[in-house]
Design a protein around this ligand. Structure first.
Ligand SMILES: Cc1cc2nc3c(=O)[nH]c(=O)nc-3n(C[C@H](O)[C@H](O)[C@H](O)COP(=O)(O)OP(=O)(O)OC[C@H]3O[C@@H](n4cnc5c(N)ncnc54)[C@H](O)[C@@H]3O)c2cc1C
Ligand SMILES: NC(=O)c1ccc[n+]([C@@H]2O[C@H](COP(=O)([O-])OP(=O)(O)OC[C@H]3O[C@@H](n4cnc5c(N)ncnc54)[C@H](OP(=O)(O)O)[C@@H]3O)[C@@H](O)[C@H]2O)c1
Length: 414
C-alpha cells in the first residue's frame, strides 16, 4: 500500500485522518461547487464538498452588503436542474438568492463538510490520485474540482499613509449598510460595481461619499427601454460581431446616461465587451449611482497620492477631509496558495485556457466558476464537468471493482 500512495514517508501521515473518497472532491460550496455537485448527483456519482466556512455560499451570506440584488435577470443566474421559483422578481434579492441556494443544496442532498479549509492539494503521479489536505484530514481521490471562486480573497491595496489614517478603514466585503456612516465623509476607493453601489447606499443613508476613479470604467444602464442591457447584448451577439455590439451598447448608454466623462468617469478605449474579454473587468451596471454623481451627492475624485490622519491627498494635489475609508478594490482567486500545480492554472489563479476551454485540466483536475462570466459561466462549467466525470465514473466502476475494494479496506471512505 505504501508504494501505491507513498503516504508513510510523510511526517504528518499519522497526524491527519486519511479519507478515501469515491468520486471527486469539490473544493468550495459556493454556487459553482453546488451546481457541480447537483449535476454529479444526477449522474449517480458520489462526491465530497469541502468548505472553509460554516455555511454554503459564504460570499453571499457573509461578505456582501444588505441592499445587494442580482444585477442580471434571473434566467441568467439560476443553477442547472432547478429554476428559480416563479414568484421571484426579475432581479432577485441577496436573501432570495441565498434561500434558493439553500433549497438547491437540500434538493440535491448536498451536505458539505464545513470548516474544512483546503491547505494543499497535489497529484501523486505514482498512485494516479489527488491528495487534498485540510487541518483535520487528508482526502484521497481520483478527481479534484476547484470551485473556490474568482472572489476568494479581498484585495487590499498598498496606499501610502493608510496605517496612519485615524478613521475606520474597511474592505467592502465587511460593509453591510450605510447606516453607521450617517453624517460622515466617506472615501470609497474603487469604482467597480461594488464601489458604485456602496456610494449610492451611503448617499441614501445621508453620508457624503467621494468615489476614487483612478483609471477608466464602462458604465452602462442596467436596462435599456425596459429590457436588460445584458440580455440585449446576448441577443445582439447572436447576429452581430462583437465590435459592432460594443458600438451599439455605447450609443445606447450615451442615449440613456449621457456623456459620463464630464463627471470624471473616463471610458476605456475599447468597448465594454472587448474590455471584459481582454482585461476581465466587468462593466458597471448603473442602478442609480450616476444620478447621485450628476446631482453632486457623490463626488468623483482621481487616484490617491497618500492618506494622512484625517485627510486624503489626491493625484491632482487636492486635499479632502475624510472620516472613513471603504476599500472597494476587488477580489482575487486563492488557488495558487493551495493547489500545487502549474500547467492548468496560471499564477493569477485562473485557468490558462480561455472560455469555454478552461474547465478541464490533466489528471482529473477541473475548474468551475473561473470564466469571468458570473453564474451562467459557472453553470455551463458544472454541466460539462459532471458529464465528463460521470462518463469516466461509469467506465471505471465497470472495470475496476477489484482495485476499489482494495482501497476501501485500507482507509475510511465516503
Ligand atoms: C458583491 C458581489 C456581487 C455579485 N453579484 C453577481 C451577480 O449578480 N451575478 C453573477 O452572475 N455574479 C455575481 N457575482 C460574482 C460571484 O462571484 C458569483 O455570482 C458567484 O458567487 C460565484 O460562485 P463561486 O461558487 O464560483 O464562488 P464563491 O461564491 O466565491 O464560492 C466559493 C466558495 O469556496 C470557499 N473556499 C474558498 N477557498 C477555499 C478553500 N481553500 N477551502 C475550502 N473552501 C474554500 C469559499 O468559502 C466559498 O464559499 C458577484 C460577486 C460579488 C463579490
Ligand atoms: N449586484 C451585482 O451584481 C454586483 C455588485 C457588486 C459586485 N459585483 C461583481 O463582483 C465582482 C467584483 O466587483 P468589485 O466592484 O468588488 O471589484 P472590481 O470590479 O475588481 O473593481 C475594483 C475597483 O477598485 C479599483 N482599485 C483597485 N486598487 C485601487 C487603488 N489602489 N486605488 C484606486 N482604485 C483601486 C479598480 O480600479 P482599476 O480599474 O484602475 O484597477 C476598480 O475600479 C465583479 O465581477 C462585479 O461585477 C456584482
Amino acid at each position: 500500500m505504501e508504494s501505491l500512495f507513498r503516504l508513510a514517508d510523510h511526517e504528518d501521515f499519522f497526524s491527519r485522518r486519511c479519507i478515501w473518497v469515491n468520486g471527486p472532491v469539490i473544493v468550495g460550496a459556493g454556487p459553482s461547487g453546488l451546481a457541480t455537485a447537483a449535476c454529479l448527483r444526477e449522474q449517480g456519482v458520489p462526491f465530497v464538498v469541502l468548505e472553509r466556512a460554516e455555511c454554503i455560499a459564504s460570499l453571499w451570506q457573509k461578505r456582501t452588503y444588505d441592499r445587494l440584488k442580482l444585477h442580471l435577470p434571473k434566467q441568467f443566474c439560476q443553477l442547472p436542474k432547478l429554476p428559480f421559483p416563479e414568484d421571484f422578481p426579475e432581479y432577485p434579492t441577496k436573501k432570495q438568492f441565498i434561500d434558493y441556494l439553500e433549497s438547491y443544496a437540500k434538493r440535491f442532498e448536498i451536505n458539505p463538510r464545513f470548516n474544512e479549509c483546503v491547505q494543499s492539494a497535489r497529484y501523486d503521479e505514482t498512485s494516479g490520485l489527488w491528495r487534498v489536505k485540510t487541518a483535520e484530514a487528508e482526502y484521497i481521490c481520483r478527481w479534484l474540482v476547484v470551485a473556490t471562486g474568482e472572489n476568494a480573497e479581498c484585495v487590499t491595496p498598498d496606499i501610502e499613509g493608510l496605517a496612519e489614517f485615524s478613521g475606520e478603514v474597511i474592505h467592502v466585503c465587511d460593509y453591510k449598510s450605510g447606516e453607521k456612516f450617517k453624517g460622515k465623509k466617506v472615501l470609497v476607493v474603487g469604482c467597480g460595481n461594488s464601489g458604485m453601489e456602496v456610494s449610492l447606499d451611503l448617499c441614501n443613508h445621508n453620508a457624503s461619499p467621494s468615489i476614487v476613479c483612478r483609471s477608466s470604467v464602462h458604465v452602462l444602464p442596467r436596462e435599456i427601454l425596459g429590457k436588460s442591457t445584458f440580455e440585449l447584448a446576448v441577443l445582439l451577439m447572436k447576429w452581430l460581431p462583437l465590435w459592432l455590439v460594443d458600438k451599439l451598447l455605447l450609443i445606447f448608454a450615451w442615449l440613456v446616461l449621457g456623456n459620463i466623462e464630464k463627471y470624471g468617469l473616463k471610458r476605456p478605449a475599447t468597448g465594454p465587451l472587448e474590455y471584459k474579454n481582454t482585461m476581465g473587468k466587468t462593466p458597471v451596471l448603473d442602478i442609480g449611482a450616476l444620478e447621485k454623481i450628476r446631482s453632486g451627492d457623490i463626488k468623483v475624485v482621481p487616484g490617491i497620492k497618500r492618506l494622512s490622519r484625517g485627510q486624503v491627498e489626491l493625484g491632482n494635489g487636492e486635499k479632502l477631509d475624510v472620516d472613513s475609508v471603504v476599500l472597494a478594490t476587488g477580489y482575487r482567486s486563492n488557488v495558487p496558495s493551495w493547489l500545487q500545480e502549474g500547467e492548468f492554472f496560471s499564477k493569477n489563479g485562473f485557468p490558462k485556457a480561455p472560455f469555454p476551454h478552461g474547465w478541464k485540466g490533466n489528471a482529473g483536475l477541473y475548474a468551475v466558476g473561473f470564466t469571468r462570466r458570473g453564474l451562467s459561466g459557472a453553470s455551463s462549467d458544472a454541466m460539462r464537468i459532471a458529464q465528463d466525470i460521470g462518463q469516466a465514473w461509469k467506465e471505471d466502476t465497470k472495470q475496476k471493482k477489484q482495485t476499489t475494494a482494495c482501497h476501501r479496506r485500507c482507509i475510511s471512505q465516503f
